[in-house]
Design a protein around this ligand. Structure first.
Ligand code: SAM
Ligand code: SF4
Length: 342
């Protein structure tokens, strides 16, 4: 039986890196307005890490003290054979080396996969859902069908998965629905987290400032109907949580732009091509695929990989520089959220 590994990845600001988010694909069956342009050029398949390589990389991170893995994308559940990968990683839950295996999904494939995800050891899923209105859903996701996502959420709950809804706050799109979303989540026993739009990647016609709805304003609007009390609940992530007096449910707010959440950052992000990003909002990365495919024998490759990871963590920056304050999008990073994973 493997015993828990003490964190070995400590960054220059003394933050222990215990959380890895892994994007397993840049592809998606939706084209959300704030995330992708309608015409996207995706990576050639040969550039992607194979699922075996992803398993090897995640296993190395777990050996180095990572306790939580979140699988994301693009849409993680559209990657071929992804259930194989979940099963493989599930062995680390069984051994006690990993505390949690979870995913962020748009929900479109959950009807098919919820049961098998639960069997692999997944206990919680984050489902991204910005509206409960069919026509609006179509407009925001461009290619999605609301009914399919709602079926997926049903299947996840039936399979015993805890569902948290993530909603991106969008001015003029879903700002009139926040009370309805809160009530709907309460009726279904689901937590809800609101997210501010972040300046990531080219959007085609869409304009960030047009989409941006401050969560300060959103919370003030919620407070006109609900009593919100801030809690000290933390998941090690960027969200701040409030308790709704009337329903008892927990509402999260992820506010990268109005509050900086970097001091307690415990995470790094791996792209589907094996680039390790030490910060969501900075461009510096480490090419782990190059190390893995460098032609070394397996023992030397593993040693080189560990060294590369340590070196990358020693470069983790203090924080991001996103800033909308002067009515311009400052600190923008060039890659889409679907590259680094949300
Ligand atoms: N396809 C999956 C999904 O939608 O949940 C996983 C990947 S998606 C990139 C992860 C999260 O990032 C979603 O909750 C999505 O709403 C959010 N997201 C995408 N682009 C964003 C942006 N520019 N600003 C803020 N959140 C964004
Ligand atoms: Fe796809 Fe998720 Fe991006 Fe929407 S937010 S386009 S579902 S990756």
């Amino acid at each position: 039986m493997t015993t828990a590994t003490p964190p070995q990845l400590i960054d220059p600001f003394r933050r222990a890196i215990t959380y890895l988010r892994v994007s397993v694909t840049d592809r998606c069956d939706f084209r959300c307005l704030y995330c992708m342009a309608e015409e996207m050029t995706f990576l050639p398949k040969r550039d992607l890490l194979s699922l075996e390589e992803l398993d090897q990389l995640c296993t190395t991170f777990i050996d180095l003290g990572v306790r939580k893995l979140r699988i994301t994308g693009g849409e993680p559940l559209v990657r071929k054979n992804i259930l194989w990968f979940f099963d493989r990683i599930g062995r680390h839950l069984g051994s006690g080396a990993l505390d949690e295996l979870t995913l962020t999904t748009n929900g479109s494939q959950l009807s098919r996969f919820a049961r098998q995800l639960a069997d692999a050891g997944v206990r919680r899923v984050n489902v991204s859902l910005d509206t409960l209105d069919e026509a609006k859903f179509k407009r925001i996701t461009r290619w999605g069908r609301l009914a399919q996502v709602l079926d997926g959420i049903d299947s996840a709950q039936q399979a015993g998965l805890r569902v948290k809804i993530n909603t991106v706050a969008l001015k003029g799109a879903n700002d009139d629905e926040i009370h309805t979303l809160l009530e709907w989540c309460d009726q279904r026993g689901m937590d809800l987290t609101f997210i501010e739009v972040m300046p990531m990647g080219e959007m085609g016609e869409e304009n960030r400032l047009d989409q941006y709805y401050s969560l300060e304003d959103l919370r003030a609007d919620l407070a006109t109907r609900w009593s919100l009390t801030e809690t000290d609940y933390r998941t090690g992530g960027p969200a701040r949580y409030f308790r709704v007096g009337e329903t008892g449910q927990r509402i999260g707010f992820i506010t990268p732009l109005t509050h900086n959440f970097c001091e307690s950052c415990n995470r790094v992000r791996l792209t589907c091509t094996g680039q390790l990003y030490m910060c969501l909002g900075q461009d510096d990365d480490a090419d782990l695929r190059k190390v893995m495919r460098g032609g070394l024998d397996s023992i030397a490759a593993e040693a080189a990989l560990r060294e590369a990871i340590h070196e990358a963590i020693s470069r983790k920056p203090k924080g991001h520089d996103f800033d909308y304050s002067r009515q311009r999008v400052e600190g923008q990073v060039g890659r889409h959220m679907s590259v680094t994973g949300g």
